[in-house]
Design a protein around this ligand. Structure first.
Ligand SMILES: [Ca+2]
Ligand SMILES: [Ca+2]
Ligand SMILES: [Ca+2]
Length: 441
């Protein structure tokens, strides 16, 4: 459970950071925490799964490992030993795939390795758009670990050459950072994956897997927060929070209201719709996103990086809201000036199916922004996020903006870690009195 970022999210983020900063205190906090506090790497393992336990053929081979350029500049893969690239190696010591030398990972971009014998998410975000950049076919056990080395020469698979690692606390030391203890419970009827926390907008990398990763599932799998796998490859949209900014759709309208046809920033509709994960109605969050990239944006989507939602086996604590992401329709609302405003709906991206609604790591596409109809430099789009309310209470909901194209070189300067860019997209982290009051009825 400790890898679940949500409760209480603010305190949890502080805790994770202080683990590495307060070296003297860490032993008391957690016996094995951060023994060497490795500096954050330029290349991280950001999301993975080692199989889904279903009756589908090759379910145990439905695997992917996503890597991430943790810098604000394009990252070129190079080796110092003449080997072919950077190897992703499983805890059995066998290489699964190599990122070839010369590969350029875009700013905040990804590289995806998939098990081609079972990988099922090639159409995530659009037909054929999420194929692996590299493939392999040898199974990685559900409870295992992986490490990324800056070499492809097995003789050099050492701690000194390791860029990142994540694995269960039971696997050899080289294939984990302390190690995960929140793990898939069994290989039967499960759909787990692990995602590195992005609750600050940027990946958490404290050198302790259990602090840095969250166990997630689109099903109510035990110990997993509700959410959706989001594999990303070299061509996927990249995080552009600093260049695509959120603002009110109509500053003259009230911030919060209950009438969905008004241009409020947040609308609470209490009409029950249990069939659509809205037992206590819905919450609609509206925002204007303005393109400050200096380029025409040809693809725009939003990724949920923090949300109060259900946890398999334990649900949601009393007083905390259980929210589920829904796709939203296009709507037209009345502004404070007496006019009307078109607010675009957002489409929850699949596969996989999300039979319980979306949650953490779920992405929502602004499907009106496409290559043929880009969002021009300086232009804006008004959108609304629709959340089903399954339990009322205090809620949190944060998203990252992801867009194409990736930034051009030279990229924005990397901000020091203590001055992380504020999450620009949507910040809804209030005690919602309407929700809380409904909860007491
Ligand atoms: Ca497997
Ligand atoms: Ca690490
Ligand atoms: Ca991802």
């Amino acid at each position: 459970m400790s890898s679940l970022a949500a409760y209480p999210y603010t305190a949890r983020a502080v805790f994770a950071l202080t683990l590495c900063l307060l070296a003297g205190a860490q032993t008391a906090v957690r016996a094995q925490s951060c023994t060497d506090c490795p500096p954050t790497s330029n290349m991280l393992i950001s999301e993975f799964r080692f199989g889904v336990g279903s009756t589908a053929p090759n379910a145990d081979l439905d695997e992917y490992i996503e890597l991430y350029n943790n810098t604000d500049a394009p990252l070129t893969v190079t080796t110092s030993d003449g080997s072919e690239g950077w190897a992703l190696v499983a805890a059995d010591g066998q290489t699964r795939f190599v990122v070839p030398a010369g590969t350029i990972i875009p700013v905040r971009g990804h590289y995806l390795g998939v098990n081609s014998a079972g990988y099922s998410l090639v159409n995530y975000g659009g037909t054929g758009t999420t194929a692996g950049d590299a493939t392999y076919t040898t199974d990685i056990p559900l409870i295992s670990g992986v490490a990324l080395f800056n070499t492809a020469n097995p003789a050099n698979f050492t701690l000194a050459n390791r860029l990142d690692a994540v694995g269960a606390s039971s696997v050899p030391f080289l294939y984990r950072e302390n190690g995960l203890t929140t793990l898939p419970v069994s290989s039967g009827s499960t759909n787990y994956f692990h995602s590195r926390s992005l609750a600050t907008g940027l990946p958490r990398d404290t050198g302790d897997n259990e602090n840095d990763f969250v166990l997630v599932s689109p099903n109510p799998d035990f110990g997993a927060i509700m959410g959706t796998p989001g594999p990303e490859n070299l061509a996927s949209p990249v995080q552009r929070n600093l260049q695509i900014k959120a603002s009110s759709i109509d500053p003259g309208s009230p911030a919060s209201c209950t009438n969905a046809i008004l241009a409020c920033e947040r609308v609470r509709d209490t009409t029950p719709n249990p069939g659509n994960f809205s037992t206590f109605g819905t919450l609609s969050i509206r925002r204007r996103f303005t393109n400050h990239t200096g380029q025409a944006v040809t693809r725009l989507r939003f990724r949920v990086v923090d949300i109060t939602t259900s946890v398999g086996g334990t649900g949601v604590p009393a007083g905390t809201a259980d929210l589920r992401l829904l796709s939203s329709p296009d709507i037209s609302v009345f502004t404070s000036g007496g006019g009307t405003l078109d607010v675009r709906g957002l489409t929850r991206e699949e596969p996989p199916a999300q039979p319980n609604g979306g949650g953490l790591n779920t992405s929502l596409s602004a499907s009106t922004v496409i290559l043929a109809l880009p969002l021009a430099a300086g232009a804006s789009i008004d959108v609304h996020f629709l959340l089903g309310v399954q339990q009322t209470g205090v809620f949190g909901f944060l998203v990252n903006v992801e867009a194409l194209p990736a930034p051009v070189n030279p990229a924005p300067q990397r901000l020091p870690r203590k001055r992380l860019a504020p999450l620009e997209a949507v910040k809804e982290r209030h005690t919602n009195h309407e929700l809380a009051e409904r909860g007491s009825n």
